[in-house]
Design a protein around this ligand. Structure first.
Ligand SMILES: Cc1cc2nc3c(=O)[nH]c(=O)nc-3n(C[C@H](O)[C@H](O)[C@H](O)COP(=O)(O)OP(=O)(O)OC[C@H]3O[C@@H](n4cnc5c(N)ncnc54)[C@H](O)[C@@H]3O)c2cc1C
Length: 492
């Protein structure tokens, strides 16, 4: 009889690791607490609108290709993909907006228009970014770090100085570019990894290669379409997915999980548990203190990635002047970062991301309508009651209208705010974080929480808290590495 594995959480990492374990010969049951699958990438359908509730940028397509290739498949066997020509529009405070396209020549011309020599500087910057990306893909991302030696061997001793592990991204970019617009375009992606460019290692300039060389893609059905594809792969592999099934305890005997308890009273015997639910919550809630590798004190000392103020808006008219992806950067965006990482407060004049998915896929809304998704990064753990929400939403929407010079508030027919308390309630997110741990140097690679419990032999972790970290492609990589580690140590 196959050995029984339980995977907790049907986000990207859970769906991915579940298929990989099933392929290894485990009989895998995947428990998801919510009625829908996708985790952060759930879909909320209301009034004819289909809202992707979390990620919306499909980046690093080769990571998805590598993943599906492990099953002899391609991503296209599960969802259609389109490369966006107009990658995103940037609204700069006090300066004209620009659209960044997938035409690198045009992007260089744009940088030249920002500052003299900008095109050549961008070319050089992207060449370095590609080098970092290739090194990371080939030697760094798809790797398990168990000892400091693993990390030091590879990075510091061989390629460290050229990779930018020590200086900050902000300084690295600031030394090369003078114009605020160039700098903001080359640093903004860091915010997606939940960090301030001032605290992130310069290594992350590789994200500009991801953005400007590899491009921004759109999967049919949005990012939840990708999650649905992964769920189909898992079901084809013979696994069992159970939704509305919340784990509430791991019963450990002699250093091994014997049974997993669910909120509806089931106790399932297991040979292996892979947890992808919030790492901090799981360690401190599912396990008795003596089995916790990382107690609450550890998590309280980490730099948390931001939470978010999200608004899903169904607007019953077209909104010209927006692209599919839109970004707003205030002149002094450090004020916003300070309000996240230094003196936690809801940001005033916030930078924001606004998606209008209907610009690419009109089927995500009723005919002639626009499906908007507003994201404002904010510190984790801020007050978030109903009065605050309606007040902040009103201010935020006025701000968005003013920045984008559009008017849509009067045409909103579907509206939902999702923030701190929802991240906590829906995903058990530690202090309401949207993304887990920030990507500071000391929360990178070996410094991220381990993928193997130090105290419980058959308990493993994967997902955005573990190396390589935040973002959909990273969670797929993390799932692959965890599956390899399990295969090496516990093959059924
Ligand atoms: C608003 C937002 C926008 C983002 N934008 C992008 C983007 O554009 N591109 C990108 O690449 N990344 C983006 N990200 C990051 C990316 O979405 C995440 O890093 C990734 O989806 C995390 O996947 P995961 O599997 O680690 O965790 P999750 O998706 O959180 O999955 C964990 C799952 O565990 C479940 N769970 C929790 N507790 C239990 C329990 N007790 N029992 C059973 N199940 C449980 C949860 O319900 C959840 O489904 C974004 C994130 C957010 C929040």
């Amino acid at each position: 009889m196959s050995k029984q594995a339980v995977v907790l959480g049907a986000g990207f990492s859970g769906l991915a690791v579940a298929s990989l374990l099933q392929q290894q010969g485990w009989q895998v049951t995947l428990w998801e607490k919510n009625p829908e699958i996708g985790g952060r990438a759930r879909l909320w359908s209301h009034g004819g609108y289909d809202f992707d509730m979390g990620p919306s940028w499909y980046l690093m397509p080769e990571v998805f290709e590598r993943f599906f290739a492990l099953f002899g498949k391609t991503p296209e066997s599960y969802y259609g993909l389109t490369k966006l020509q107009n990658q995103y529009k940037v609204f700069f405070e006090g300066l004209p907006s620009v659209t960044v396209t997938d035409d690198l020549k045009a992007t260089k011309a744009l940088f030249e228009s920002f500052e003299r020599g900008g095109a050549a500087k961008l070319e050089q910057f992207l060449a370095e970014a590609k080098l970092k990306y290739d090194t990371a893909m080939n030697g760094f991302l798809y790797k398990d770090y168990r000892h400091l030696g693993d990390f030091l061997n590879w990075t510091v001793l061989t390629k460290g100085p050229g990779l930018g592990l020590t200086g900050s991204l902000d300084k690295f970019v600031g030394k090369r570019f003078n114009d605020r617009r160039s700098r903001q375009i080359l640093e903004y992606a860091m915010v997606f990894l939940g960090s301030s460019p001032a605290n992130a290692p310069a290594l992350y300039s590789l994200l500009s290669h991801v953005d400007l060389n590899l491009g921004v893609w759109f999967p049919r059905g949005g990012m939840n379409g990708v999650a649905q594809g992964l769920a189909r792969l898992f079901s084809e592999a013979g696994g069992t997915l159970v939704t509305k099934k919340e784990a509430v305890g791991l019963i450990v005997r002699n250093g091994r999980v014997e049974r997993v308890q669910s909120a509806d009273g089931e106790e399932k015997s297991v040979d292996l548990v892979v947890n992808t639910a919030d790492y901090a919550w799981s360690e401190t809630t599912l396990l008795q203190p003596q089995w916790q590798s990382y107690p609450a004190a550890y998590w309280n000392q980490r730099v948390l990635a931001p939470s978010m103020f999200l608004a899903f808006l169904g607007v019953n008219k077209q909104i010209p002047g927006l692209e599919h992806h839109n970004l707003y950067f205030s002149a002094d965006w450090n004020q916003h970062f300070k309000s996240i990482f230094e003196t936690p407060a809801w940001p005033q004049n916030p930078c924001f991301y606004l998606s209008a998915i209907t610009k690419t896929d009109p089927s995500m809304a009723p005919s002639g309508a626009e499906n908007l998704f507003l994201l404002i990064p904010a510190a984790s753990g801020l007050p978030d009651d109903d009065d605050f929400r309606s007040d902040y939403l009103d201010k935020a929407l006025r701000h968005v209208e003013a920045v984008t010079q559009t008017s849509f508030r009067d045409s909103i027919e579907v509206q939902r705010v999702f923030s701190q308390r929802d991240f906590q309630a829906d995903y058990h997110a530690w202090k309401g974080t949207g993304l887990g741990l920030a990507h500071t140097l000391f929360q990178t690679a070996i410094f991220r929480p381990a993928r193997r419990s130090r105290k419980v032999g058959n308990l493993f972790y994967t997902g955005q808290y573990t190396h390589p970290g935040v973002g959909v492609p990273m969670t797929l990589i993390s799932a692959q590495v965890t599956a390899q580690v399990i295969e090496r140590s516990l093959k059924p």
